[in-house]
Design a binder for this molecule. Structure first.
Ligand code: TRP
Ligand code: SF4
Length: 328
């Protein structure tokens, strides 16, 4: 019997994961595997809420994401790794929760309002997109998760989940615990151009980038913009490369770079080269695991099936309780 607390989290399959995704979520998930009973899943139905017009890439993204996860160190022995659409119970619970969720709760959702404005090129005036948090609530309470590790942007969704769980329990008797959001601490890490690292900005370093690709990208990073010449002293505090050093270089190097930058003892080209080598080394275990899994597609397929089976066993048990609580 495990007495570990259960956590659950998910990601939409939107393409290769980058360093920002890693430090913002995955790294933390990998660490949590020791201490928690973990459920991590790929939210392919959620991807469909905004990409319904052209879903052709979703299946490939699901595979890429599982490969990224395994490379990053998520372990199919320790955690339950699965794909949302493989566990149809999520759809049933979503339907039932939709009966009790007041529409104003969804219309008030800050992410909903943001996305409608941000993704203006897509028509998001659909029932499915409005209901995004209801599906997410089903994902979470299905497993009676104690905690949901997420970034700040997802906190409103966990809050709606708690409200939906409370309302369900009020109508039909206590079936669901109210999950807590577990905020992921995120180190500051910007893209090559100093904007937020994002696939769509074309400024990201991917976990799957080859060493030479990493070196090339690092050489293009914008440093302290006020440092025009090598003889000018730099300011590491405002330099993105320095933030990378803090993540990937040994403590002595960080100190040395700091001193040498301020005294114009080191140029940015050399500084970046040092950092690139440390980053390449940091990613080596991931690269090795990727090579392992990439050459064994049947193993990855099996991991996805096994994870789905495990998740389904839990969700079937929950759905028995749900159906008898609603008496339908
Ligand atoms: N909405 C989440 C995101 O975009 C993905 C997600 C779907 C999720 N279901 C979830 C996260 C359940 C946590 C728990 O990042
Ligand atoms: Fe940034 Fe390094 Fe250049 Fe200083 S020397 S500005 S830390 S890249």
């Amino acid at each position: 019997m495990t007495t570990k607390k259960r956590i659950l989290s998910g990601m939409r399959p939107t393409g290769q994961l980058h360093l920002g995704n890693y430090h913002g979520a995955l790294e933390n998930w990998v660490k949590m595997q020791e201490d928690y009973d973990c459920f991590f899943f790929i939210a392919d139905w959620h991807a469909l809420t905004s990409d319904y017009e052209d879903p052709s890439r979703i299946a490939d993204y699901v595979k890429d994401m599982m490969l990224d996860w395994l490379s990053a160190g998520l372990s199919p022995e320790q955690s339950t790794l699965f794909v949302q659409s493989h566990v149809k119970e999520h759809a049933e619970l979503f339907l039932l929760l939709s009966m009790i969720t007041p529409v104003p709760w969804l219309e008030r959702n800050p992410t909903y309002k943001d996305q409608i404005v941000q993704l203006e090129k897509k028509d998001l005036s659909t029932f499915g997109f409005l209901g995004y948090p209801v599906l997410q609530a089903a994902d979470i309470i299905m497993y009676k998760a104690d905690g949901v590790p997420v970034g700040v942007d997802q906190v409103p969704h966990v809050e709606i989940t708690r409200e939906i769980a409370r309302r369900f329990n009020y109508f039909y008797g206590k079936v669901f615990p109210e999950p807590d959001a577990v905020l992921t601490p995120t180190p500051k890490i910007l893209g090559l151009d100093r904007r937020k690292m994002s696939k769509s900005y074309n400024n990201a370093i991917f976990l799957s980038d080859a060493p030479d690709e990493i070196r090339k990208k690092v050489s293009q990073m914008i440093t302290d913009p006020d440092r025009a010449r090598k003889s000018d002293p730099g300011n590491p505090v405002i330099c993105n490369v320095f933030d990378f050093h803090k993540l990937y270089s040994p403590g002595e190097t960080v100190q040395e770079v700091e001193g040498q930058c301020c005294s114009a003892g080191i140029g940015c080209v050399q500084c970046k080269k040092m950092m690139a080598e440390n980053l390449v080394e940091y990613l080596t275990p991931m690269r090795e695991r990727r090579i392992y899994y990439e050459s064994r597609p049947e193993t990855v397929a099996e991991i996805i099936v096994t994870g789905g089976d495990k998740a389904r066993r839990v969700s079937q048990a929950t759905m028995e309780e749900v159906r008898s609580a609603i008496r339908i």
